[in-house]
Design a protein around this ligand. Structure first.
Ligand code: URA
Length: 204
């Protein structure tokens, strides 16, 4: 068996990792998901956004951030003027975790073991893409990247210099914005999200 942090010899590039991920058995989430969803974007993007896990639509399409949360992310990225051609998007966990409810599949948060198991793939993406700036979208991504439980409100608003030389920013997950029921609260949180991405733009 492979040690947790050992990279199989055949994985020498981002393309190799992408080709290998559907065979991942590091945690049980592969059993019910449609497919693994690897990151997307330029091979040497300067900015890497890390979400939680694919949602329902991403699971079916095999691409990250194409559903409602991805729309919010795209809108704000464009609004603050981050060049989409310099952006790689991925997730802390590559398989969709859900609970079936009738015909619907309800998102479930990945647990600490699943996040830790999938760090293997995120490490490969970071290692091959070598982004200058990484943005953790939400607590799951922040916890994965920092290796300890992370609180958004305490960490957002300032760069975190990582040991590997990358600069980490922590902000909310865009789907958090979509869940806020009142328009005023939603606008306020969206403004904070935009302010965080302005910091990202200026650091990249
Ligand atoms: N939410 C995420 O965290 N990632 C996606 O790819 C889609 C929704």
């Amino acid at each position: 068996a492979l040690a947790e942090d050992e990279t199989p010899e055949e994985i020498k590039s981002l393309a190799d990792a992408r080709a290998a991920i559907d065979g991942c058995r590091r945690c049980p989430l592969y059993e019910h998901a449609t497919q693994a969803v690897f990151g997307e974007g330029p091979a040497h993007a300067e900015v890497m956004f890390v979400g939680e896990q694919p949602g329902d639509q991403e699971d079916l399409a095999g691409k990250p951030f194409i559903g409602p949360a991805g729309q919010v992310l795209d809108d704000v990225v464009e609004k603050v003027g981050i060049d989409r051609r310099r952006v790689y998007v991925t997730n802390a966990v590559k398989h969709f975790k859900f609970e079936p409810r009738g015909k619907r599949r309800i998102h479930q948060r990945p647990d600490a073991g699943e996040v830790a198991a999938c760090r293997f793939w995120l490490n490969l993406e970071i290692g091959f893409v070598k982004p200058k700036v990484i943005v953790a979208l939400g607590a799951t991504a922040a916890t994965s990247l920092l290796g300890k439980t992370a609180t958004i409100s305490k960490l957002r608003g300032a760069p975190i210099e990582m040991e590997d030389g990358t600069t980490l920013f922590v902000t909310n997950h865009p789907s958090y914005l979509l869940r806020i029921p009142d328009a005023e609260g939603r606008a306020r949180e969206r403004a904070k999200f935009e302010a965080d991405l302005v910091l990202v733009r200026d650091a990249a």
